[in-house]
Design a protein around this ligand. Structure first.
Ligand code: GLA
Length: 387
């Protein structure tokens, strides 16, 4: 096998070099940013993500000998070879656990799938809160669905991808990221009800409104993230149980004061965040439906305050990016994704985008933080076959 590197030093082995044949096809699945609706999905509430133009791409071909051969341009290293029949939760460390988990989840659900040769490449920034893992899972799920002619609906593939992450990799995430990666459409945000997976594609024409959505990756990933996410999720489930509810989704703003009065001090802010955040998703959808995209701004900023003060998943870097963006004239800004670092989104006039980026960069430099990496988010297409 020969290996070359691109300008960034990235390993660029081709499918033919890796697997000695040509792929049967190529598929892509995107990362996402969530506009609003954070930590609501596992409470069976509302979310409003868009897909990013950045994708994970999978070239794949079936194998008849039950082997799963995986290679990733970002993972580096040689081909990882696994036996599909021996896949078991927790047994595959590192990046390979995500694609292997999808194959395991498909088989565990009774779908007749075997091995494959796979080459993965991605331009979704990893560790930035932009769902590079869900993109990886969904790209492999879309490839397997086609290759093994399963014909599964996109929401079912999203659930299988989530199961791979929950049960095989061991991360207790909700369903938002996988649904966004599978189901989003260009030019629209995905209004998702996590209780029944009902979706509505809400037009989100940023350019038409003279706006831009900046993604400011703080390049911070705090290690407490994974354990803290599980603890927050457990706190919400405990609160729902104490209130005698199937999930916090069942509580609305009118019932909030009475519910808070029944709960111990430590659970109250969590419940307040979830209930007010669901209402913010509905307010955001109303703004989009009315074509008043700038009205989304204050909703985003209120969402950040709630994540910072009630849910406590922001960090100094995300707070600083939000403050600096707002001070430079953003209509609204908030951290996006699970928190403890990751990315901030800022809704800005298109003409002010450069100024806001410069202001946030200057604020980071003054505070001694590494410079944030910036993307401009354009609502893009969900998982699809490329070739
Ligand atoms: C992560 C999880 C999602 C969701 C968000 C927070 O991205 O994967 O399921 O819970 O955090 O909204």
């Amino acid at each position: 096998m020969s290996t070359s590197t691109d300008a960034g030093g990235r390993s660029m082995s081709t499918f033919a070099e890796l697997h000695g044949r040509t792929p049967e096809g190529e598929w892509a699945a995107p990362g996402r940013v969530n506009l609003i609706g954070e930590h609501t999905d596992y409470n069976l509430g509302f979310v409003l993500p868009i897909a990013l133009p950045q994708t994970v791409r999978v070239q794949a071909a079936r194998r008849t000998d039950g082997l799963l051969r995986l290679w990733s341009a970002q993972g580096g290293g040689p081909v990882t070879e696994l036996r599909v029949a021996e896949l078991a939760p927790g047994a595959v460390p590192g990046w390979a656990g995500y694609p292997a988990g999808v194959v395991w989840a498909l088989r565990d659900a009774g779908h007749p799938v075997g091995g494959a040769d796979i080459r993965l490449d991605s331009d979704v920034p990893g560790g930035a809160g932009l769902s590079s893992s869900a993109a990886l899972e969904c790209a492999v799920a879309a490839a397997y669905d086609d290759l093994y002619r399963l014909g599964l609906p996109a929401p079912e593939l999203a659930l299988l991808a989530q199961r791979a992450e929950n049960a095989f990799v061991g991360v207790p995430c909700g369903i938002m990221d996988q649904m966004a990666s599978m189901c989003c459409r260009p030019g629209a945000a995905l209004f998702l009800d996590s209780r029944d997976l009902a979706t509505r594609h809400v037009p989100f024409d940023l350019a038409g409104a003279g706006l831009a959505l900046l993604v400011l990756d703080t390049r911070v990933k705090h290690d407490l993230g994974d354990g803290a996410y599980a603890a927050l999720r457990a706190g919400c489930e405990k609160a729902a149980a104490l209130l005698g509810l199937p999930a916090l989704r069942s509580l609305d703003a009118a019932g909030l004061p009475a519910a808070l009065a029944q709960l111990p001090d430590d659970l109250r802010p969590l419940v307040r965040h979830v209930v007010t955040e669901n209402a913010r998703v509905e307010a955001a959808v109303a703004a989009l439906d009315a074509g008043d995209l700038a009205a989304l701004g204050p909703v985003l900023t209120a969402g950040h305050a709630s994540l910072r003060d009630d849910y406590r998943v922001s960090c100094p870097e995300t707070d600083l990016a939000v403050e600096a963006a707002l001070a430079a004239g953003a209509h609204g800004a908030r951290m996006t994704g699970g928190g403890f670092g990751g990315s901030v989104i800022a809704l800005v006039d298109a003409t002010a985008a450069d100024r806001v980026v410069a202001a946030v960069t200057a604020a980071f430099r003054a505070a001694g933080h590494a410079e944030p990496r910036t993307l401009t988010a354009v609502p893009a297409e969900g998982a699809r076959r490329l070739a």
